[in-house]
Design a binder for this molecule. Structure first.
Ligand SMILES: C[S@@+](CC[C@H](N)C(=O)[O-])C[C@H]1O[C@@H](n2cnc3c(N)ncnc32)[C@H](O)[C@@H]1O
Ligand SMILES: [Zn+2]
Length: 317
């Protein structure tokens, strides 16, 4: 089904702050590692006629959407259907060695979250898929619930969803499966979670929100690839090149913060060691001592910006 551009353009998060940090006017070649609806790429390309952007996304629908939105920039935009963990291969393919800046605005896009068929949200009844890359043969959320042990399901929901009652949820999922009724659809899972843990009176969010987040992170391997991706991104930056990362939950933000600290030379050795063995060396300067967060006005206009945190750094050598 063709996607209507105007209907789907939701505001990109922390857009002005990203452009200010990346300084497209002063440079030429940028990567948008999470192209999504193309909002950040469009802002970079509009800021200076000199700039080129290589846009990456693992979601074919996002690619189709961004292609149409950005076609007005001609050959200043090149788009790749790839996982950003392959960023070095993407650059090698186009014969580019180093870049001036990179933005990654992590997590799901509104195109994915508002899709009625892809299973990211319990607002719509759909198969529990949740793969950002539907062109891959990785397991869907339903596959994970059908095959993983109760212990492993509980671990995922606890670690990636920060859900205290994860064991109750996992136990019910596995009990259903043993009755010959595996959980296959979003609404089934949302109802099961609600039954398993109830909905707290103080809870502002639906009780299944944390479980859905956890499964999405597990299906797409979102946390495992993040540190190496940040290291690769820093490696491909020119001297004085800039990296901007926007996260939407504390697990991701913690990885970004710690990886930045390591790359900025902080030693993580236990204090009793006589000398540093963790290989700390200073490759970057952190530009955001505290993360930049959206203003009240931005959150009011775009409630999905609520939990966003932006961290940026500059390559030193
Ligand atoms: C929050 S959206 C980006 C929105 C975009 N900045 C904009 O302004 O429209 C995140 C996008 O990153 C993509 N994505 C997430 N993880 C990815 C990965 N590992 N590799 C490639 N794309 C990824 C998702 O498919 C999604 O389209
Ligand atoms: Zn050390």
């Amino acid at each position: 089904m063709p996607i209507n551009i105007d209907e789907n353009i939701h505001k990109s998060v922390l857009l002005a702050e990203t452009v200010k940090l990346l300084k497209p006017q002063a440079a030429e070649i940028f990567v948008d590692a999470t192209l999504g609806l193309g909002g950040h790429a469009e802002a970079i390309l509009s800021d200076s006629e000199k700039t080129r952007v290589l846009g990456i996304d693992q979601d074919l629908e996002a690619i189709e959407f961004a292609k149409r939105r950005l076609e007005k920039f001609g050959d200043r935009i090149q788009i790749f259907h790839q996982n950003f963990s392959n960023i070095k291969q993407v650059l090698a393919k186009v014969g580019i060695d180093k870049i001036d800046g990179l933005i990654a605005d992590l997590g799901v896009s509104s195109l994915q979250f508002d899709s009625q068929s892809r299973g990211f949200s319990f607002r719509f009844d759909a198969p529990l898929d949740m793969r950002m890359n539907t062109d891959s043969d990785t397991e869907t959320a339903a596959d994970l619930l059908a095959t993983l042990s109760e212990f492993e399901i509980a671990r995922i929901i606890y670690e990636y969803g920060e859900e205290r009652l994860s064991r109750r949820i996992a136990s019910r999922i596995v009990w259903k499966r043993e009755q010959g009724e595996p959980i296959k659809r979003t609404k089934e899972l949302a109802a099961l979670v609600e039954k398993a843990i109830g909905s707290g009176k103080k809870d502002k969010i639906h009780p299944a929100t944390r479980t859905f987040q956890a499964l999405r992170i597990a299906v797409n391997g979102e946390l495992e690839i993040l540190e190496q991706f940040i290291r690769d991104s820093v490696e491909i930056l020119k001297k004085d090149g800039r990296l901007v990362l926007i996260t939407f939950h504390s697990l991701e933000d913690r990885i970004v913060k710690h990886t930045f600290q390591k790359l900025a030379g902080k030693c993580f050795c236990p204090p009793r060691l006589p000398k540093c063995v963790c290989g700390a060396s200073k490759e970057i300067e952190i530009l955001t001592r505290k993360p930049i967060v959206p203003t009240e006005a931005e959150i009011e206009e775009n409630p999905r910006a609520r939990s966003a945190k932006l961290r940026a750094c500059l390559k030193l050598t």
